[in-house]
Design a protein around this ligand. Structure first.
Ligand SMILES: Cc1cc2nc3c(=O)[nH]c(=O)nc-3n(C[C@H](O)[C@H](O)[C@H](O)COP(=O)(O)OP(=O)(O)OC[C@H]3O[C@@H](n4cnc5c(N)ncnc54)[C@H](O)[C@@H]3O)c2cc1C
Length: 409
């Protein structure tokens, strides 16, 4: 019996084994010339790590619908947890383009792994750094930067997704502590997070951030199963049933909806870069396949219809790279607006999804197989196009920005 099980396991692993990672990054407009030596070093280290530690195992974990916890230390080592958080708090102290490049390389491997890094950096470390006090920074940031602790970010609720201002999760001042009640859903990292940055309304209806720690009585994190997307990332709920939160766990330096939206700006910027990584991987795979796969006596890359797909892919990747790079410069000098970030998130994720769908077709039947990364990227991107503001919501943000007329009201 044991022999049969191990035979089935080995068959499963063989069947889900990916092709070796032969990735070569496209750089059609010599964008490397826009990068500093530090950018290239950071990018190349992340790229090598993904090839060595993510690519060989990620298909198996996506098939099992499990987050590969063994890569947490590697993520910390390449600076993926708090890339732009100052070194004194354990962060990598990089600039915004360095942050973007790390997200690009990780998502080249898998959007679910990038999601874990994005949540940790932009949705957990960022608010503690920006809205927290010094004691909170000292207590949480070094442990999050090293990966000793994993964080989650609770904004979305069962009845409030695109409209988080309607949230009903709330806390009451009980004198020596706060009493937190409510529920959050679709929360990345929730099933194994050590802490959660939770957005809740006080008795006056004002939104505040609270740090909730695993082990607090009444705090549970059930996992959400049966996802067809981001399968290598754990998603779940955060449930608060009369949780006593110490008063020192309230983030004191910013409140109102602008506080979580500030975190989302940072995460959306990272996604705009990350999506380029997924697109590059799909393009690179389809390009290589098109030169090797023979039909009608020719490589399929010689057919005009396939060349059209590849030519459009590299054009769109190049445009997205320029958008992300320029946005990085503006983020760094503090001039990027939320609407400009929305445009890049929306454009680049849509670009990646279109490329993933076309690349999948170019591989024919092999396109649906776990031997190649494309179908996994395609399914992952269906979440990426939805979370951190849906495709349509970002369009409305651009619409509001250019017309001054608010379609949300
Ligand atoms: C895998 C995954 C991980 C996630 N991780 C996190 C996380 O870590 N933390 C967190 O807080 N959240 C997380 N989310 C939640 C995510 O941000 C929400 O799913 C997203 O904001 C959309 O909310 P919703 O699902 O409730 O959709 P809804 O808001 O119900 O939207 C449904 C549809 O209606 C459209 N719509 C809504 N309002 C309008 C309007 N005014 N005009 C036109 N169309 C509109 C939307 O575009 C969408 O197409 C995650 C989601 C997924 C899928």
């Amino acid at each position: 019996m044991l022999g049969t099980i191990s035979y089935i396991n080995s068959l499963f692993l063989t069947q889900t084994k990916m092709k070796p990672d032969l990735f070569e990054a496209p750089d059609y407009y010599n964008l490397d010339e826009l990068l500093t030596e530090e950018h290239k070093l950071v990018r190349d280290a992340a790229r090598e790590w993904v090839k060595r530690d993510v690519s060989p195992i990620i298909e198996e974990y996506a098939q099992k619908a499990e987050f590969p916890k063994q890569i947490v230390k590697g993520l910390a080592d390449i600076g993926a947890f708090g890339p732009y958080i100052p070194v004194e708090y354990g962060g990598a102290g990089l600039d915004q383009i360095g942050y973007g490049l790390i997200m690009q390389e990780i998502e080249r491997g898998d959007s679910g792994v990038r999601s874990t890094a994005s949540v940790q950096s932009s949705l957990v470390m960022y608010p503690i750094w920006k809205y927290g006090n010094e004691a909170q920074r000292q207590k949480y940031l070094p442990k999050l930067a090293s990966g000793e602790w994993i964080g989650s970010f609770g904004l979305t609720e069962p009845d409030h997704g695109s409209n988080p201002s309607g949230m009903t999760t709330n806390f009451k001042d009980m004198g020596d502590h706060y009493l937190l009640n409510g529920a959050k859903m679709w929360i990345s990292n929730s099933p194994f997070c050590n802490i959660a940055v939770v957005w809740a309304k006080n008795e006056e209806g004002r939104i505040h951030g609270l740090i909730v720690e695993r082990g607090m009585e009444g705090f549970t994190t059930p996992e959400t199963h049966n996802k067809w997307s981001l399968r290598a990332s754990a998603t779940g709920e955060l449930i608060f049933d009369n949780v006593k939160v110490p008063k020192e766990n309230l983030l004191p330096n910013k409140s109102g909806l602008g506080a979580p939206l500030g975190c989302l700006d940072s995460a959306r910027f990272g996604i705009a870069w990350g999506a380029i990584g997924a697109a590059m991987d799909c393009y690179d795979t389809a390009l290589r396949y098109s030169k090797e796969r023979m039909q009608f006596g020719k490589p399929i890359g010689q057919f005009q219809l396939q060349q059209k797909k590849l030519a459009e892919m590299i054009t769109e990747i190049t445009k997205a790279q320029l958008l992300a790079w320029r946005l990085g410069v503006m983020r760094e000098n503090g001039t990027a607006t939320s609407a400009q970030i929305s445009m890049a998130k929306r454009n680049n994720v849509d670009m990646a999804l279109t490329i993933a769908r076309d690349a999948r077709q170019m591989l024919g039947g092999m396109g649906i197989s776990g031997e190649y990364s494309i179908m996994r990227h395609m399914m992952n991107l269906e979440s990426v196009v939805t979370y951190e503001g849906t495709h349509d919501i970002h369009l409305l943000i651009t619409g509001l920005d250019v017309t001054g007329l608010n379609a949300f009201k």
